[in-house]
Design a binder for this molecule. Structure first.
Ligand SMILES: Nc1ncnc2c1ncn2[C@@H]1O[C@H](COP(=O)(O)OP(=O)(O)OP(=O)(O)O)[C@@H](O)[C@H]1O
Ligand SMILES: [Mg+2]
Length: 245
């Protein structure tokens, strides 16, 4: 179980303090699929990075399976079974896709077959990619899918995906949503997926709308989705007003 208690995060810009997350408290039970959604700049990625240990909260506490992990490093949290896939994945010159999957899995002798299974789940063919370097020669969508495959290889108890749909074509997206559904069905992991996609939101046991550094709404997808759609229509005059020719 993941528990966030009164998490706040502020930064200083000159004389001004910017409050990016404001007193967020949240519990996520094991094997749930929870989607964080909400407007750009609302604080979703910052919250995910705080859970992974990439950002240190200004105040508050994070408990993972009852253990206080607030002061633990990224590596220590990874060892405890937490993994995070970046919204914009880093590239690693000199490291091949096979190396990345091997490192992620922790199995020095990871077979080609196993690598192939991970890559297939994100719509990539192992033969084309295994020996490629994870460098700038890969397209945005390719590097994103390889990053997601490496999270699958890590096989963590808590997997956090930051906008896995970003830059991914329709065919691979369909494969990816199947993969999320399958992990969820088999109860292998708890998943937090940050997403703006209706298809992914509809998979969630619970949807948490993060806006302006707070939790604006939370509830079942069936209840929250219509509210989000109504909100977006209400918030944008271009979508609600008739345009006269
Ligand atoms: N270190 C920082 N210094 C200044 N501002 C920051 C810092 N980190 C985050 N922010 C700001 O905090 C806000 C929340 O950022 P965050 O990346 O968490 O948003 P998000 O909900 O993931 O948005 P998106 O949907 O666009 O990915 C943004 O306005 C961002 O510019
Ligand atoms: Mg983000």
């Amino acid at each position: 179980m993941l528990e966030l208690k009164h998490i706040s995060y502020s930064v200083r810009e000159g004389d001004e303090q910017m409050d990016i997350l404001k007193d967020i408290s949240l519990t996520i039970d094991d094997h749930k699929l929870v989607v964080f959604t909400g407007p750009n700049g609302g604080g979703k990625t910052t919250l995910a990075k705080i859970i992974m240990g990439l950002v240190t909260p200004t105040s508050g506490q994070i408990l993972w399976n009852g253990q206080d992990v607030t002061d633990l490093t990224i590596t220590e949290r990874a060892r405890l079974g937490i993994s995070y896939g970046f919204q914009q994945p880093p590239r690693f010159k000199g490291l091949t896709v096979r190396d990345l999957l091997t490192l992620a899995s922790g199995d020095e002798k990871l077979s080609k077959d196993k690598c192939c299974q991970y890559l297939t789940r994100v719509g990539l063919c192992a033969n084309d990619y295994l020996e490629r370097e994870v460098d700038v020669s890969l397209s945005g969508g390719e590097v994103k899918r390889i990053e997601i495959a490496s999270i699958l290889a890590r096989n963590s108890q808590l997997m956090i995906f930051d906008e896995p749909e970003a830059g991914i074509d329709l065919w691979s997206f369909a494969r990816l949503t199947e993969t999320f559904e399958q992990i969820h069905r088999t109860g292998k992991a708890t998943m937090i997926i940050i997403s703006h996609q209706e298809r992914i939101i509809s998979l969630a046991d619970e949807v948490i709308v993060v806006g302006d550094g707070t939790i604006r709404h939370r509830g079942a997808a069936a209840d929250i989705l219509p509210q989000i759609l109504a909100d977006t229509l209400g918030g944008c005059p271009v979508l609600t007003k008739e345009v006269k020719a």
